[in-house]
Design a protein around this ligand. Structure first.
Ligand code: AMP
Length: 174
């Protein structure tokens, strides 16, 4: 059994959450299993070793879970992107369309330096709107996105096309 098969066996699909028609991918069973948790973080970090990543940007809130573990493995820093009103210092904002609605995200304006090498991580790549908006925040601060990392890619939503030519890695594709 491949590692990807192993992960798909434990990830739960919850129908009609948080809205009718959404097949929600619940990654919490991975977190409950110490060996799987560690192996997942290793697998997510692996493609980005020796890529000179200086900061891993994690997207609220499920994106935080593995972004921090990836950052630790790559000896990089971690930057949280959060929902409006959560970050205490001065922020920049981006608004974007979700698979289920619209939202705004914020990043501290001093979170990244010019030309810093950045990896963006989230749990699920759906339409790619969120990742694209976060890449916009990174670019606004003059840093460079060199890759995206996801646990799960919902391939039928073609999010990959939206976020372009930069490396996109996902452990599981549905
Ligand atoms: P998108 O902007 O459409 O790529 O949506 C990605 C964001 O929405 C991520 O932060 C995901 O956590 C969340 N998301 C979208 N679809 C799902 C899904 N089917 N299951 C779990 N999370 C999802």
């Amino acid at each position: 059994m491949t590692f990807s098969d192993q992960l798909s066996r434990v990830i739960r699909t919850i129908p009609d959450f948080p809205k009718p028609g959404i097949q929600f991918k619940d990654i919490t069973p991975i977190l409950q299993d110490p060996a799987l948790l560690r192996a997942t973080a290793d697998a997510l970090a692996e493609p980005y070793r020796n890529r000179g990543i200086e900061k891993v940007v994690g997207i609220e809130s499920r994106g935080f879970l593995f972004a921090l573990m990836i950052a630790e493995r790559l000896e990089a820093g971690f930057v949280p992107v959060r929902k409006p009103g959560k970050l205490p210092a001065k922020t920049i904002q981006a608004s974007y369309a979700l698979e289920y609605g619209f939202d705004t995200l914020e990043m501290h304006e001093d979170a990244l330096k010019t030309n810093e090498v950045v990896l963006i991580h989230d749990d699920v790549l759906a339409t790619g709107g969120t990742a694209q908006a976060v890449a916009g925040l990174v670019t606004q601060l003059g840093a460079n996105v060199v890759g995206y990392s996801f646990l799960i890619e919902l391939g039928f939503l073609n999010g990959r096309d939206r976020i372009g030519e930069i490396t996109v890695e996902a452990l599981i594709r549905y």
